[in-house]
Design a protein around this ligand. Structure first.
Ligand code: FAD
Length: 283
C-alpha cells in the first residue's frame, strides 16, 4: 500500500482506564510503543458514565501524559453526573495542563437510574465553553451510520449540529466498515455549513465474536459479506487478524486518499493491531 500520510493529518489512539496495576503497566508499554511508532497528536482515555471510572481515568490520563510527554485527551460524559462533579473533574484537568476533552453524553448501564444536570452532549459542550472559554479543544462524537437512539438520520445530524454550534472544535466518529456512510455524513455536514474536521474512528478487527457483540450494542454495522467472511474463520484467530489487518488497512488507505483529516484508532490498550494497520499505510 502506498498511501502517503500527510503532516497535517491527525492520528490519535484511544485507551480505556485499566482496573489493575498490571493493566496499567501494560498500558504504559502500549502507549510508549505507539508514541515511538506513530507519534500521535494525542491519546485519549475513556470515561465510565456516571463517573464510574472517574479516578482510574484521571490516573491513566496523568500517568500516560507524564510517561510519554504526549497530549492526552480525557473523555468526559455528562449523563449521571452533576454540574458540581463535572466542574471538579474539569478543574483537575485544567490544573494538570490538559488541553483537549472528548465531550460526550455517555450511556448509563441499563436499569441504572441516574441524576444528571445535563441530558445531551451539546449541553456539556455549552457548559464547558461558558465556564472554561477556550481552555480546552473540544472533541465530540459523530455517527456516520446514525446513533442507535436517534429518531431518524436527519434529526441525528441536527443534534450533531447543535454540538458544533455549542462550540465543538472537531469530531471523532463511531467506527464503521462502510466508508460511504462516512463520506455521506461529511457531505451532510458541509451542506449544513459545519466546518470542522470529522476524523474516522477505526476499530481494528482481531476477534469476531467480541466485535459482533459490541457492534450490535453501539449500532455499528458489520456488512453481511464481512460478517460471513469473519464467521468462516471460526476460531482461527491468526486468520482473523491477518484478514482484519488487510481489510481495515485498505479501508484506512481509501479514507485518507479521499480526504479524511486523519484517523482515530480504537486501540483497546493493545499496540499490535493498530501498528499492523499503521505499518501498512507507511509511505
Ligand atoms: P449526544 O450527542 O447527546 O446524542 C445522544 C443521542 O441523543 C443521539 O441519538 C442524538 O440524536 C440524541 N439527541 C441529542 N440531542 C437531543 C435532543 N435535544 N433531543 C432529543 N434527542 C437528542 N461512552 C462512554 O460512556 N464513555 C466514553 O468514554 C465514550 N467515548 C466515546 C468516544 C467516541 C469517539 C464515540 C463515538 C462514542 C463514545 N462513547 C463513550 C459512546 C457514547 O457515549 C454513546 O454513543 C452515547 O449513547 C451518545 O453519546 P453522545 O455524546 O454522542 O450523545
Amino acid at each position: 500500500m502506498k498511501t502517503q500520510k500527510k503532516l497535517e493529518q491527525h492520528f490519535s489512539c484511544e485507551f480505556f482506564p485499566p482496573k489493575t496495576e498490571k493493566g496499567m503497566e501494560n498500558l504504559f508499554k502500549t502507549a510508549k510503543t505507539l508514541k515511538d511508532e506513530i507519534n500521535p497528536a494525542f491519546f485519549s482515555v475513556t470515561f465510565g458514565a456516571g463517573g464510574s471510572t472517574r479516578e482510574t481515568t484521571f490516573n491513566a490520563v496523568t500517568k500516560i501524559q507524564k510517561s510519554t510527554l504526549c497530549n492526552v485527551a480525557p473523555h468526559l460524559s455528562c449523563i449521571g453526573s452533576s454540574k458540581q462533579q463535572l466542574t471538579e473533574i474539569l478543574d483537575d484537568y485544567k490544573q494538570q495542563g490538559i488541553t483537549r476533552i472528548v465531550t460526550l453524553r455517555g450511556d448509563m448501564p441499563s436499569g441504572t437510574v441516574s441524576q444528571s444536570d445535563f441530558n445531551y452532549a451539546n449541553e456539556l459542550v455549552s457548559f464547558i465553553r461558558e465556564n472554561y472559554n477556550n481552555q480546552f479543544h473540544l472533541e465530540v462524537a459523530a455517527y456516520p451510520e446514525t446513533h442507535p437512539q436517534a429518531d431518524n438520520a436527519i434529526q441525528d445530524i441536527q443534534h450533531f449540529k447543535n454540538k458544533v454550534l455549542a462550540g465543538a472544535d472537531s469530531a471523532i466518529t463511531q467506527y464503521f466498515y462502510n466508508i460511504d456512510s462516512y463520506f455521506y455524513f461529511v457531505d451532510n455536514c458541509e451542506k449544513a455549513s459545519l466546518d470542522l474536521p470529522v476524523v474516522p474512528g477505526i476499530m481494528p478487527i482481531t476477534n469476531y465474536s467480541n466485535l459482533a457483540r459490541f457492534s450490535d450494542m453501539c449500532g455499528a454495522e458489520i456488512p453481511r459479506w464481512l460478517r460471513r467472511k469473519l464467521e468462516s474463520y471460526a476460531d482461527d484467530t491468526n486468520a482473523i487478524k491477518d484478514f482484519g489487518a488487510d481489510f481495515v488497512s485498505s479501508m484506512c488507505e481509501k479514507l485518507l486518499d479521499m480526504g479524511a483529516p486523519g484517523l482515530h484508532f480504537y486501540s483497546m490498550n493493545q499496540s499490535e493491531a493498530t501498528l499492523r494497520i499503521w505499518n501498512n499505510l507507511k509511505p
